[in-house]
Design a protein around this ligand. Sequence first.
Ligand code: H79
Length: 559
Amino acid sequence: MQWWRDARFGMFIHWGLYAATKGYWNGKETEGIGEWIMHREKIPLREYRQLATRFNPTRFDAAAWVALAKDAGMKYLVITAKHHDGFAMYDSAVSDYDIVDATPFARDPMKELAKACKKAGITFCFYYSQDQDWEDPNGSWNDWDYDEKKKNFAAYLRDKVKPQLRELLTQYGPIGLIWFDTPFSITRKQSIDLKRYVHRLQPGCLVSGRVGHGVGDYESMGDNQIPVGQVQGDWETPATLNDTWGYKSGDRNWKSTETLLHLLVDLAGKGVNYVLNVGPTDQGVIPSTSVKRLKEVGAWMRVHGEAIYGTEASPYSQTFDWGRITTKGRRLYLLVTGWRRKLNLPGLYTPVKKATMLNDRGTRIPFEQSYNPLADLHDLELALPARKPNKYCSVIVLHLEEPIRVDTTPTQFSDGRLPLYPGTAEVHAPRNNRRLSFDERGATANWTAKSNWLSWNIKVREPGRFDVQVIAGKLRYRAWKPGHAVTVSVGRAKTTGRLTNRNRSTSRRAQYDDEFTNRLGTIQIDRPGTHTVKLRADTINRAAPGGLIIVAVELVPKQ
Ligand code: H79
């Protein structure tokens, strides 16, 4: 795992026959993600395979793609050897449904990419769709060409998946990982068997979490999913630059360079890898907008990479309003996305030797470490220069005297706000058989019993009156259902309200996973120091998909 943990940032490439449609079918622009076009339009296999006869990416240049990944600061490259459409983008002997046998191009781009990656020191990896296969009569999810009832999934694993994995793991040199996906039909036994099969062929090759049933070498967030708070263990977020993965000429919903960098920094602070996708055209060209953004990210990485590569997640249980934290040995990196003159870091027990800017080691940042006995609060206050050194994110290095020790109790920000995430709460479930759990992002899952409740110990700097906001969520692809009511209390003060979807959050995190801000009432906290916040469910609509989904509770000082 070590190379993967150190890497933090990788390139995803979705490239296949779908690129030849540019996202259009029968002259009309299609909805949804590009590589799903065959499924969405229920394109018969005999029609879809015609795309191969005009797939001729003469401008494909493996060295150029790999150079772009390297320029962007990416350390590994994951490319679709076979996506759900079942078409092999390498020379496969299993059938003729592959780029060498079925297209005029007749070259094996994976051979060229493997060579270019090796030369550039980039870890080469394959995406392989082990479950859905819309070409194979026994693969899952093609019900327009094939009769679901006649499918034999085990035969598909035996006759296509395993032989193809053997090719990929024996003919392209060392492979960093196999990125499996959509484990919708596969059984636990089959997932374990596939993982063992990969490890037998290449003991050093990792297996992504989406091999299914939690048996992978690391876990995957959902597509474009951002964890709400800190996470435990090895995680990766696969993400797009626009909305599609496979090339779609009409998708211009590009994330800005600032958004991409803030996502990278957010994820690094949570110890999560970021594998960011490009969708090359059927000419073999990576869209110029993607290239431009990635180069800008790379320029930042060349100066600030020390705060990303080989780092560990923030030692805190909370995230801060001014940015994110990573650590390496006795260094704490403050990745500041919200520049300000006074930056406060609470809870740091370790004495700080000096604070410097990563982009200019000569600049010393003045600071003061203090202890407030009234609030039982350790505080580090840094006096930052008026001008931010970098427009996207500036990095301050704290050089520590001793190994890092922190108080992990969520502490009020210096502006008075305090967001609390379910993942760091204590779960109270008197009846264990219906204990709520958490989804990948750290929101509550399967909260259907009113007997369950959450509590957080918090530290208050500035007492006073607070607005209480509850951020509710829903399951992706499912409709919001009303009918939940909750109570938040601190000591004897409490406030109650129903949850609605009227106020949709515009946060970056909520771009693909809707979140809804619900203002309950206000509560009074009248002394500094430690308090307990409790969240109870008064009413749960058990018909709501996933039960009561809580993403966060936020205290906001009343003006
Ligand atoms: O390879 C990329 C995607 O094609 C693949 N994962 C990334 C890395 C992927 N996309 N969606 N999914 C996996 C999950 C499928 C979700 C579905 Fe649906 C929800 C299938 C049916 C409902 C999305 C919405 C696809 C059709 C409608």
